[in-house]
Ligand binder design. Structure first.
Ligand code: FES
Length: 159
């Protein structure tokens, strides 16, 4: 059965053009995946299958690479990614409460994206700033010694 594509055809065309201009497409899987993620924002299975067919390589190879590297995402991401450190130092200092507060403010669970695509929320392992525990990051910006009551103000910076 023909695979039904849900994502915009014009994005597929952009990716196809990029692949067609590569000198050695088969050897350029990582490069193609980077490009695909920047075009689509994430790499759902329909895009991964398209790449496998286009490069004429097994889909399992594409799936394997995507799941191996954490910078490839198979879920849509919001405009801003909020990461709550769940490492030991942060956990002991109350990062779970911060996560709970964020979940209720944003009305989503960890790992999800808000309906308006503004925020993605996730728990992460120690980011190496334990002296600032508990730590959350929004995109690349680090917030240290965060208290529950700071959450609203932090979110307001991005609304
Ligand atoms: S445990 Fe959170 S930064 Fe190390």
């Amino acid at each position: 059965m023909e695979n039904v594509r849900k994502l915009p055809e014009v994005k597929y065309q952009e990716l196809e053009l990029f692949i067609d201009n590569l000198e050695a497409p088969k050897e350029s899987l990582i490069q193609v995946l980077h490009k695909a993620q920047s075009i689509f924002g994430y790499l759902p299975s329909e895009v991964q299958l398209f790449i496998a067919r286009k490069l004429d390589i097994p889909a399992s190879e594409v799936f394997g690479v995507v799941s191996f590297y954490s910078y490839f995402s198979t879920e849509p991401k919001g405009e801003h990614t909020i990461s709550v450190c769940m490492g030991t130092a942060c956990y002991v200092k109350g990062s779970e409460k911060l996560m709970n507060r964020l979940e209720s403010e944003l009305n989503i669970k960890s790992g999800e994206t808000t309906k308006d695509n503004k925020f993605t929320l996730k728990g992460v392992r120690c980011i190496g700033a334990c002296g600032l525990a508990p730590v959350i990051t929004v995109n690349e910006k680090v917030y240290g010694k965060v208290k529950e009551d700071d959450i609203k103000n932090i979110l307001n910076e991005y609304i």
